[in-house]
Write a protein of this length. Structure first.
Length: 486
C-alpha cells in the first residue's frame, strides 16, 4: 500500500467526473476537476489521464525564466570567462535538459511520479533514503535559494513605495512570496498546467524587452583584463558547466508533471517538449545575464540591471523576476511534497507541501539575513551536482535498460512480498551504483572543499562527468547481473 493519504474526495463524484470526461472528451486531471489535487504518490488511473505532451513546454519554460538564471549567467563572466566562453558554457550546460526529458518519459509509462518509479532502482526502503536526501532535502534547498532570489527583487519593489526595508519587512516579504508559491503547489497539477501558459507568455514578453536593452549595451568582444589560460581556464569552464547543469539535473522529478498524460503518449514528444521548454528558457535568461555582465556589475544583478532599463519599466522587470521564481518554486515545492510522502510519512500531499514551505522559509531567511547570497548560490549548486549527477544517471540508465517499461500498480506495492522489495527492501544494483558515483564525484569536486583528484589537477572539477560515467557503468553491469531489468 502506498504511503500516502489522498485528500478526501467522494468516490461517486470522482467516478462520475471521470466517466463524464471519458464520454465527452473533456479533461479531468489531478484527481478533482477545478479543485485541489487529490492524488499524491498513488497510481493515476487511465480514466484521469488526459492532455498532450506539448503542455509540458510551458511548464518548463515558465519555470526557467527566473532571477536565479540571470544570476548564474552573470556569475560565469565574474568567474573570469570571456563573453563567448560564457555563452558556450551556457549552451553546453543546458544540454543536460535532454536527460530531464528522458526521465519524464517514465511518467506516462508508469502513471506514477518519479518518487515512486525510483523504487525500481533502489528498492522500497532504499528509495525512502533516496527520496529523503536527493528528493526532499535538495528540493527544499533549491526552494530556499530561489525564494531568496525572488525576495531580493521584491525588496526593491517595496523600497520604491517608500517603506523601510528592515528585517521585519524582509521576513514578511519572504512569507508572502512563499504563500503565493505554495498556493499553486497545493492546488496541484491541473493548476500548474493551466497557469503556466499565460505565465510563460507574460515572462517572455518582459524578458524579451530586457534582452533588447541588454543587447544594446553589451560588449560582444568582452574579454577580461587578465584572460584565463591553461589549467585555470579549464577549471572555470568545467565549474561553469556544472553550475549551469545543476538546474536541469535538479529535476530528476520530471515524471511528476508528465504522469497524467495517457500511457499512449509519444515518449519522444514527452522528452522533446520537456527538454525544449527548459533549454530555450534557460539559455535565453542565462545568456541575458552573461551579456549584462559585460556592461554592468553582476555581483549585484538586480540593482545593476535596473540602471539599464527605463524607469517606467523597472517595476515590471522586478515583478517578472518574482513571478518567474514563483513558477519555478511551485514545481519544486510540488515535488518536495511528493518526496516527503515517498519517504514513508503518511501525510496528505497538500499538507506535505506546507511542511516543505515552512522549512524553506527558515532556510531563506538564513540565506538572506546571515550568509552571503552569491557565495551560497555558487557553493550549493556546485556541491549538489555530487548527488544529482549520479542519481540522474541511475534513473536514466534504468529507463534505457527497461525500455521504459514500468508497472505503476506494482510500484505501489511496498510489502515484503512485492516485486520491488529486492533484498531486505534494497536493490543492491541501485544502492551500490549511486554510492560509487557519489564517491567518484566527491573526490573530483572543487567547491566547498577540494577533493584529492581536483587538487592534483590544479582545481579542475570533474565531479559531474565522473559521477555520471561511473554511476551509469556500475548500474548497467549490476542491473544486468541481478536481472532487475527483466
Amino acid at each position: 500500500m502506498a504511503s500516502t493519504l489522498p485528500d478526501p474526495i467522494p468516490d461517486a463524484h470522482a467516478h462520475r467526473a471521470a466517466a463524464d470526461a471519458h464520454t465527452s472528451g473533456g479533461s479531468v486531471r489531478s484527481g478533482r476537476a477545478g479543485g485541489i489535487e487529490a492524488h499524491g504518490i498513488d497510481h493515476i488511473p487511465d480514466a484521469e489521464r488526459r492532455g498532450r505532451p506539448r503542455e509540458l513546454f510551458s511548464v518548463w519554460a515558465a519555470a526557467n525564466v527566473n532571477y536565479l538564471s540571470l544570476v548564474v549567467g552573470g556569475a560565469l563572466v565574474l568567474m573570469g570567462l570571456s563573453l563567448w566562453q560564457a555563452l558556450a558554457v551556457i549552451v553546453a550546460g543546458n544540454l543536460f535538459w535532454l536527460l530531464t526529458g528522458l526521465l519524464a518519459v517514465s511518467g506516462p509509462a508508469a502513471g506514477a511520479p518519479s518518487e515512486v518509479i525510483t523504487r525500481a532502482m533502489y528498492g522500497v526502503l532504499g528509495n525512502r533514503v533516496n527520496n529523503a536526501v536527493t528528493g526532499w532535502m535538495i528540493s527544499v534547498c533549491y526552494f530556499a535559494l530561489n525564494l531568496a532570489a525572488a525576495a531580493t527583487a521584491a525588496f526593491s519593489l517595496v523600497a520604491r513605495t517608500g517603506l523601510p526595508v528592515n528585517t521585519a519587512v524582509k521576513a514578511l516579504v519572504v512569507v508572502v512570496i512563499a504563500a503565493l508559491t505554495l498556493a499553486i503547489s497545493v492546488w496541484g497539477h491541473a493548476a500548474i498546467i493551466r497557469l503556466y501558459v499565460p505565465i510563460t507568455l507574460a515572462l517572455t514578453a518582459v524578458f524579451a524587452a530586457v534582452g533588447f536593452v541588454v543587447v544594446r549595451h553589451a560588449d560582444f568582444g568582452y574579454v577580461p583584463d587578465r584572460p584565463l589560460t591553461g589549467t585555470p581556464l579549464w577549471a572555470a569552464l568545467l565549474a561553469g558547466v556544472a553550475l549551469i547543469a545543476s538546474g536541469p539535473l535538479s529535476y530528476t522529478t520530471s515524471a511528476d508533471f508528465s504522469r497524467y498524460l495517457p500511457r499512449t503518449a509519444s515518449a519522444r514528444a514527452v522528452a522533446g517538449w520537456t527538454a525544449l521548454g527548459g533549454f530555450l528558457a534557460s539559455v535565453l535568461v542565462c545568456g541575458i545575464g552573461a551579456l549584462a555582465a559585460t556592461a554592468v556589475d553582476m555581483s549585484d544583478p538586480e540593482s545593476s540591471l535596473q540602471r539599464l532599463l527605463p524607469s517606467w519599466f523597472r517595476p515590471l522587470f522586478l515583478l517578472a523576476l518574482v513571478l518567474g521564481t514563483v513558477a519555478l518554486n511551485a514545481l519544486t515545492a510540488y515535488s518536495a511534497g511528493l518526496a516527503l510522502q515517498a519517504v514513508g510519512i503518511r501525510i496528505r500531499r497538500s499538507r506535505s507541501v506546507l511542511v516543505d514551505g515552512t522549512v524553506s522559509v527558515c532556510l531563506t531567511l538564513y540565506a538572506l539575513l546571515v550568509s552571503d547570497f552569491l557565495d551560497t548560490v555558487g557553493n550549493v549548486l556546485q556541491l549538489t551536482v555530487v548527488l544529482l549527477g549520479p542519481s540522474t544517471a541511475v534513473y536514466a540508465t534504468d529507463i534505457v535498460l527497461r525500455r521504459n517499461r514500468y508497472d505503476g500498480l506494482a510500484l505501489g506495492d511496498e510489502s515484503r512480498t512485492g516485486p520491488f522489495w529486492y533484498a531486505g527492501g534494497f536493490n543492491p544494483a541501485g544502492v551500490l551504483a549511486l554510492g560509487a558515483g557519489v564517491a567518484a564525484a566527491a573526490v573530483c569536486v572543487d567547491s566547498v572543499y577540494t577533493g584529492p583528484v581536483a587538487a592534483a589537477l590544479g582545481g579542475v572539477d570533474l565531479a559531474l562527468p565522473a559521477g555520471l560515467v561511473v554511476t551509469s557503468a556500475v548500474y548497467a553491469v549490476l542491473a544486468r547481473r541481478t536481472r532487475v531489468t527483466g
